[in-house]
Each structure stands twice: as structure tokens, then as C-alpha cells.
Design a protein around this ligand. Sequence first.
Ligand code: ATP
Length: 357
Amino acid sequence: MTHLTLQAVTKRFNTAYAVDHVDLSVPDGKLVCFLGPSGCGKTTLLRMIAGLETPSSGSVTFAGRDITHLPANQRDFGMVFQSLALFPHMSVAENIAYPLRLRKTGKAAQGHRVAELLDLIQLPHMANRPVTQLSGGQRQRVAIARAIASSPKLLLLDEPLSALDAKLREAMQVEIRLLQQRLGITTIMVTHDQREAMTMADEIVVMEKGRIAQVGRPLDIYRDPVSEFVADFIGLGNILPVTHDGRGGVSLPGGQQIVVVNPSYVPESTGDIRLLIRPEDVCVKPASTTSDPNHLAGTVTFIRDVGATLEATIECAGFSLTAATTPRETPGLALGMPVLAELPAHACKLIAARLVH
Ligand code: ATP
């Protein structure tokens, strides 16, 4: 069942389009991430779903009802913002109980629900502590407990983890995801962090300049991006300029032939194509002379060895490649070393070049 539907939702600020004709269906019980660079319209889109911003045109439907012009306080959605906006003069329990008080829930039911939520966020012993005396991660959990206190049908999160340090942020990503799955609450989260989106989302909506560039499951988008913009935004990628060679293959600017999985690919919007190969698909071999397609001679110019994984930059004729490997797979790899990089044909894919607006 589709819970939330956006139809041609558009928001103009004066003459600029912050969100431009967005169509989207958010399935029931899923976690969907709006992902994209700063200024692409993620927050504006979320605010229109929340009712904090009115669309210039288009409609928002929730559970079969048109809510485009319904005030935010009548939507019954839970929200957590970047700032968290906890009430500093209240205790943990008072903060969580706040939406219940607004709804005039009885005292006993309030107490029961708050206790339940404190258990859920694993802070049962902190009910009476002022929120100002909590760590960043604890505050985060309280903000989420408050947002879900009145059992909203939709949870909206706008960069809720951006104030946390890297380690805590990763822990909270898992925590929120597990909580969301346990409660089965439909959730939309805004982030500009692709790793965060990959970790948490059932579906990612990649946005570019107010429009949806691609929607799909994280790994599907990673493996099958529709354009250079998406490929570049989701994960590391080697994106190289190539041209059709007229013989069913493609060639790099230096003339090296590359066999690809989709040789007859022609992009819809521009004639330019790019070759995409992910770093983990590049095989680094000892240098040797070969004229086989998909083998490129190069020199190792940078190595990032972090123990479990190793990332090498290989300078080839006129471009560089990144290869992700492990110290075990490529022992003895060293700076300045000549190598042969194999780009297996099954991992080489043609995609559309970034659109120039
Ligand atoms: P970030 O990741 O930086 O928060 P975002 O993807 O969430 O960015 P939005 O905040 O939705 O982007 O902004 C989209 C565009 O709309 C930007 O160009 C922004 O300057 C513009 N914009 C947003 N709110 C307003 C406003 N109230 N008045 C005028 N322009 C606005």
C-alpha cells in the first residue's frame, strides 16, 4: 500500500525553483532517504510534506486524503530537526510527554507511554534528568522518543545526526534504523551523506537541482546509476570520458579499447557518454605488455592503506583510476610501481555524462 504520494510538487521562491515537479510514492513502513548536495531542495520537499511550507503547485496525498493545504499541527506527523529543538527547561520525561500533554492525554496514560518510550530508547534511569545534562547521542534519542510519542503515522527526520561526531553518528544510524524497523513506522529522512543513506534506507531518492535524479534501493542505485551525477554522488567511482568506436565498443581518449556490458547505450538527453567502473572492480596486476582490451598500464601514485582495505591511485595515460583492494590481495604494492589495471568488461558500464544546465 502506498502511504504518501507526491504529484508534481513544486516550490518556487520568487522565480527560483527549489523543488521542481516532484512525483514520488513512499511505501508503507519503509525508510526513505532524500539525498543530494546542499541546496538541491531536500529540506524544502520535507517541509512541504510536514505542512511547514505550502507547495506553489502540485499535491500531497496521505493515506488517500489530499493534505496539500492541511496545517502542520493537523497532520499528526512526528518530526526531528537538525537542531533537535528539545525544551531545555524540561526533564527527559517532560520532553517526551510534551506531545501527549498537547493532546490532553490522561496523566496515567502519559506516564505509561513515557515509561515505554524510555525503555525503547534505553534511558529508563534518566527520566528526571534535565535534557541539558545529556550527551549528544542521548539527546538524539530523546528527540526521537518525543517525535514518536503520540504514535504518528509518518516520521520526518531532517539531518538529525549532523551534529554528532563520526563514531556516534554511525552508531545512531544503526539504532534509528533498528527502531524504525521494530516500530514499522514510515519514515523520511533528509541527508547529504551517502553512506548514511546507504546504511539506513530501504529506498534512496537522489535529488539534483530540485528534481529527482533517481529513486531506488541503495545497492541498485550504486550498481546501476542513471547518470554521472548519481554515480558520483553514490559511492566512489571511476568515471572516464569515452566515445563509441563504431565497432560496437568504446575507446578512451588515448585510444585504448574497452569492452563494456552495455555497448549500444545511448543517453536520452545528451550525446556524451562516460565509462563507470567502481574501485572494487579494478584489478591491480603486475606490469606487463599487453594489447588486450580493458588492460591499462599505469603507475601507482598514492596509497591509502588503512589495514583492512587499501585504496590505490593509478596514473594512466591522461587520467587516473582508483582501485580498492586489500593488503592481502595486492601484497608489496608501492608508490611509483608500474602496474597493469584490468577493468573487467562485466563491471564496465556506460552512463550519461553529467548534464550541463
Ligand atoms: P541543505 O543540504 O544545504 O540543507 P537542501 O537540499 O535541503 O540543502 P533546501 O534548503 O531545500 O536545500 O533549499 C533549496 C533551494 O531553495 C536553495 O537554493 C535555497 O537557497 C532555496 N530556499 C530554501 N528556503 C528558502 C526561502 N525560505 N526563501 C528563499 N529561498 C529558499
